[in-house]
Design a binder for this molecule. Sequence first.
Ligand code: ZN
Length: 420
Amino acid sequence: MQPFATIALVLILARATTELWLSRLNQRHVRAQTNEVPPPIREIIDEPTYRRSVDYTLAKSRFEDIANLFDAGLLIALLFSGVLAWAFERFSASFSTSILAMAGFLFVTGIALSIPGLPFAWYAQFKLEERFGFNTTTTRTWVLDRMKGFLLAVLLGYPLLALVLKLIEWTGVNWWLWAAALVIAFQLLLLFVAPAIIMPLFNKFTRLPEGVLRERLSALAQCTDFPTRSIQVMDGSKRSRHSNAFFTGFGRFRKIVLFDTLIMQLTERELESVLAHEIGHYKKRHVLKLLGVSIAGVPVAFAAIAWLARQQWFYRAFGFEHQGSLAAANAVPAMLLFALLAGTISFWVSPVVHIWSRRFEYAADAFARAAMGEAQPLIRALRKLSEKNLSNLIPHPLYSSFYYSHPTLLERERALRIAA
Ligand SMILES: [Zn+2]
């Protein structure tokens, strides 16, 4: 085995075993407290709901263990069987190594690699979520969602891939800088148009119906300088009983989206506090800051791909033949292998990213408390959200550091009370 192939194998196994170990740790942590409702959350959740949340957490966790093991096994089989290099050769022989054909190879491979995940996605939606009463997706909606996703990939993903490869021809050694600039421009464009054009392909967005709720939310939006027409209701109930709210987009296209399920579950005062939290994300420019980091990552990724594309050992490790540093066809295996292996590195960075995203949540909570003049409505809203979504209120701290982008309910309540 080539040394780099060994490194790749170690990276894949390290991630898979850590995921499995973290999951076991969390399952044991949850199971150890099933006899009675743990004291810190006794006043938050009743016994039957607590039991259901434990069952839901454990069922999801066991399912994810299987899915993770499957993914790792599939990745190892793909990388070390030589099937990718074989497919690349066959594809180049049949369709040439022109830019359009090479972009086609990346595109077709990407689609092919997404197929094994479909049964898992189907099971998660129609068995697991169904069992706990969350699923409202029909088979028709599920199939249509995937078809729309596929069409978007054809219309947006394929031309982008072709353009990136074309840049190698056009710009030579520094192609990766140009490619990074192109991808960043594409990301920015997407952020502008996604809320206006792409999201409505999947969901209906409507203005809040006239009435007390709209008046109260408008008043809050006005005193926090947020344009009211940007508050919209999304038919989340089309797919699930889970409830949520989020802030998205930029400039003219920015919006705060409230799930219809959330509106059904919360009182007006609680909804106001959730809206205030989302306005907090907007006011404190959290979307911009997150975008800044993801933009900074793009040139780093392309620099890595361009560098790997020049390394003979990288190609040999997975059975590819190297065909001269500046051939577009040469960057294609590097892009593919990079995409397949990136997750084995980014996994270890997730706790750092989560420390950062949790800071944003605390800041948005603090903003909401100040805007509302009290912490209680937000605390009640967060409690209801946890209850209705059967959230695990007592994750193992190490597990939550890897998987939770938000602080837990108890952590948020504590922060809201201390500041009050
Ligand atoms: Zn938030």
